[in-house]
Design a binder for this molecule. Structure first.
Ligand code: SME
Length: 157
């Protein structure tokens, strides 16, 4: 299992996604436990892409509750429309934040987090969960991340 995630830091971000996403697909295929699949996906993205924090927040009783993640401990509950995650949920769309200090209402779980991307897992027109990824570098996410992470969410839904 460990050798499935071989990281080559000389690869571009796009090349890493192209290698990692089929590996994650193989990891989750045949396993119908949603939490187990989110847990392995968080770990695979953390180690495979080298992100600072990768995690899922799951919609439960009209708030987001921390789910499987990899990285430093994080806030457990986020209200609808609050922070980057709650705003992505409300707008039902991905958000890229180049500088978290410039995002009004950003919720800082770690002062080392500098930029962030959040995507929504949507089923039957309803947000089921969000994928939140933080970087300790400014402006670390772009359309390549949005494109490949959206493909990844299709595998998880
Ligand atoms: N920054 C997020 C909160 C979650 S942590 O980054 C892990 C937000 O503003 O919603």
């Amino acid at each position: 299992m460990t050798e499935t995630l071989i990281i080559n830091n000389n690869l571009s971000k796009e090349e890493k996604y192209k290698i990692l996403i089929p590996q994650i697909k193989a990891l989750v295929t045949g396993e119908d436990d949603f939490i187990a699949n989110l847990a392995n996906t968080a770990s695979a993205l953390y180690f495979g892409m080298g992100f600072f924090w990768v995690g899922f927040y799951i919609v439960k009783n009209n708030e987001l509750v921390l789910g499987p993640f990899h990285g430093p401990v994080a806030c457990t509950r986020i209200q609808y429309g609050r922070g980057v995650c709650g705003t992505a949920w409300k707008n039902k769309e991905a958000i890229i934040v180049p500088d978290v200090d410039k995002f009004p209402d950003h919720i800082a779980c770690s002062s080392d987090s500098k930029s962030e991307i959040v995507l929504c897992g949507i089923k039957n027109d309803t947000v089921q969960f969000v994928l939140d990824i933080d970087s300790n570098k400014l402006d670390d996410f772009d359309e390549i991340d949005r494109k490949y992470l959206a493909k990844l969410l299709e595998i998880l839904l």
